[in-house]
Design a binder for this molecule. Structure first.
Ligand SMILES: *Cc1c(COP(=O)(O)O)cnc(C)c1O
Length: 395
């Protein structure tokens, strides 16, 4: 089918909830995607960070194909080996506790908030503090949790009980805490928010406050999890453990999955009948996620993420020196990179696409560059050459 025909189908039958670029992805492998006409692109923002181990990673493909022939779905009133095995895997890589499986980031975050509410309800503590500029998903409760007005417009009244404070401001956070506060939920790196990286000092202080006041500390690692920051989970770079961590995006290597990981103190707060999901943690997605872990561990992808992240950052810094009027600041942790521009970034990311490089632009002027953990030096050189060409043409 041609790009035009596919777009016509969408025009007629798909709800227009996304700003889409006129571009049909027909197939993909690793960091390379191909459009309907067979033109190849370098994908440095694979699936909004979902394809962290690269598109159609061999281990993930193999795990899915094998599992699909054996058992695709089991309801959660029965047991299946793979859900248990995946939960064990996640716990072995994080902290002692237990896992609940959902199907998306929003659902995982909403479940984490339910967990916190349940923990606090006998003492009438229900308020959850989140950050300005955060992003936690699109369900009604999660747009209430998200600290950006644009996601809330038109949907009021929203669920009550969320309070927003400026990201990085420990005094504002302390002042917002009341006897009603039950949880603090935040991203260690605000990705949608423009690649804002929390400081170690800030996170350490939040942990201390949560300990003192018996507040549940929730890290939303939906975008930062699974090796991208140079550790399996971003909190490990901070030496600060959360009480609850949420995962989604790259956990399934492309299939829909979400997870709530609660430490031993909170692992039994949600009891039979209090939370559920029909699809959550089914054998097919669990097999895929185990394939992702295998790909990361056996492929030494975290080591590669650190090395290539360093190299990419170095090359971007060279560009920054050359085009200092265009590039204001670069913020990075391994393979999460934000290039803040002095101009609007929309045109640049569109030109990148024309030149065969897929990246993202968030908060109007931050280029978001998050290649797969399998990215190579050669691919980075190619991407940098494209960026250089575009910056050069603007000046
Ligand atoms: C993408 C994202 C979500 C929402 O995930 P969905 O799977 O789209 O519901 C929540 N939090 C963060 C940090 C995200 O990046």
């Amino acid at each position: 089918m041609s790009t035009k025909d596919v777009m016509k189908l969408y025009d007629e039958y798909v709800m227009q909830t996304y700003t889409r670029v006129p571009f049909v992805i027909a197939k993909a492998k690793g960091s390379i995607v191909e459009d309907a006409g067979g033109k190849k692109y370098l994908d440095f923002f694979p699936g909004w960070a979902v394809s962290g181990v690269g598109h159609c990673n061999d281990r993930v493909v193999k795990a899915i194909c094998k599992q699909a022939q054996n058992l695709i779905h089991v309801s959660n009133n029965y047991y299946s080996e793979l859900q248990g095995t995946l939960a064990k895997k996640i716990i072995e890589h994080s902290f002692p506790g237990k896992v609940f499986f959902a199907n998306s980031g929003a659902e995982a975050n909403e479940g984490a908030c339910k967990l916190a509410r349940k923990y606090g309800h006998e003492k009438d503590r229900f308020e959850i503090i989140t950050m300005q500029n955060s992003f936690h998903g699109r369900t009604l409760a999660m747009i209430a949790a998200t600290g950006q007005d644009k996601v809330k417009t038109g949907f009021k009244p929203l669920p009550r009980g969320f309070v927003h404070v400026p990201f990085g401001d420990i005094n504002a956070l302390t002042q917002a805490i009341s006897e009603k506060t039950i949880a603090i939920m935040l991203e260690l790196i605000q990705c949608e928010g423009g690649i804002n990286i929390a400081s170690r000092d800030y996170i350490t202080k939040i942990r201390k406050i949560c300990n003192e006041k018996d507040i549940v500390l929730i890290f939303d690692e939906v975008q930062t999890g699974m090796g991208r920051t140079g550790a399996m989970f971003c909190y490990q770079n901070y030496g600060v453990e959360p009480d609850v961590m949420t995962l989604a995006k790259s956990l399934g290597g492309g299939v829909p999955i979400g997870a709530i990981v609660a430490n031993s103190k909170f692992q039994n707060v949600l009891t039979p009948g209090t939370h559920a999901s029909t699809f959550g943690g089914g054998p097919l997605v669990s097999a895929a996620a185990l394939g992702v872990f295998e790909a990361i561990e056996e492929g030494n992808l975290i080591i590669n993420a650190v090395a290539q992240g360093e190299y990419l950052l170095k090359q971007l810094k060279v560009l920054k020196q050359k085009y200092s009027t265009l590039i204001k600041e670069i913020r990075a942790m391994a393979l999460i990179i934000g290039v803040e521009l002095g101009i609007e970034g929309d045109g640049i990311y569109k030109k990148c696409m024309e030149e065969g490089l897929l990246i993202n632009c968030t908060q109007k002027n931050v280029l978001r560059i998050m290649p797969a953990l399998t990215v190579t030096k050669k691919e980075i050189d190619k991407a940098i050459a494209i960026l250089e060409k575009i910056f050069g043409a603007i000046l």
